[in-house]
Design a protein around this ligand. Structure first.
Ligand code: PEP
Length: 248
């Protein structure tokens, strides 16, 4: 099936007003008319700045998190509807750093996906196994369990999500899954989606985990790899643009 690939930069907790501006200016100067879809996810505090900088450009705005709640007495939270006010198109949910450091469970992640979808924001649902889980042969079980929670709560809307397979052992480590390892897990996730939606082929399944300018083309050539979620390499305009260029 012919669908546009999606390349997403996850800036994590990096940036400043000045650094964001110069990164975006470099990206816009070099991006031209990309053949794939492109988005960046800055820290939430900079949404207004990024909304202004990206206005009218081919780069869309994403966020790194969304509240499980709709509105009310939830100090420190930001709702999906508020994000929508700032033109947010994508919301990363269930990133392994949040699962690990903020104790986010599969159920939290599923509810976040639901809140995003209800506000017209596409959730990028992250799944992935730790090194130990891989070594114990549990990779498929773990990623299927993580995705099942989202499918269970979101039913037929499951075809509206983006999935990101991010092996935890590959995130920020410089150690990338081989294209074959990644493709194998992506095929498992695709098959799982096929069990619940006839539109599984149009769901984009991104790979994330030390994707960079040198390895992107080979990963993106795999039949079930529909794009990338990029951490470290998204902070360097030249590297990020090369990855965008590799996504036909
Ligand atoms: C990420 O955090 O989503 C990620 C893929 O990071 P990195 O590219 O730095 O491994």
């Amino acid at each position: 099936m012919n669908k546009r690939k999606l390349i997403v930069g996850n800036w994590k907790m990096n940036g400043s007003l000045a650094a964001n501006e110069s990164l975006v200016r470099e990206l816009l100067a070099g991006i031209g008319q990309p053949r794939c879809e492109v988005a960046v996810c800055p820290p939430g505090i900079y949404l207004a700045q990024l909304q202004a900088l990206l206005a009218g450009s081919p780069i869309e705005l994403g966020v790194q998190n969304v509240s499980t709640h709709e509105v009310g007495a939830f100090t420190g939270d930001v709702s999906a509807e508020m994000l929508k006010d700032f033109g947010v198109r994508y919301a990363i949910v269930g990133h392994s750093e949040r699962r690990q450091h903020q104790a986010e469970s599969d159920v939290h992640v599923a509810i976040k996906a639901k809140r995003a979808l209800a506000a017209g924001i596409t959730p990028i649902v992250c799944v992935g196994e730790t090194l130990r889980e891989r070594e114990e042969g549990m990779t498929d079980f773990i990623v299927k369990r993580q995705l099942a929670a989202v499918i269970h709560l979101n039913g037929h809307c499951s075809s509206e999500i983006v999935v990101a397979y991010e092996p935890v052992w590959a995130i920020g480590t410089g150690q990338t899954a081989t294209p074959e390892q990644a493709q194998q897990v992506h095929a498992v996730l695709r098959a799982q989606l096929k069990g619940v939606t006839e539109h599984a082929d149009r769901v984009r399944i991104l790979y994330g985990g030390s994707m960079n300018a040198a390895n992107a083309a080979e990963l993106l050539a795999q039949p079930d790899i529909d794009g990338g979620l990029i951490g470290g390499a998204s902070l360097k305009a030249a590297d990020f643009l090369k990855i965008v260029g590799a996504a036909a």
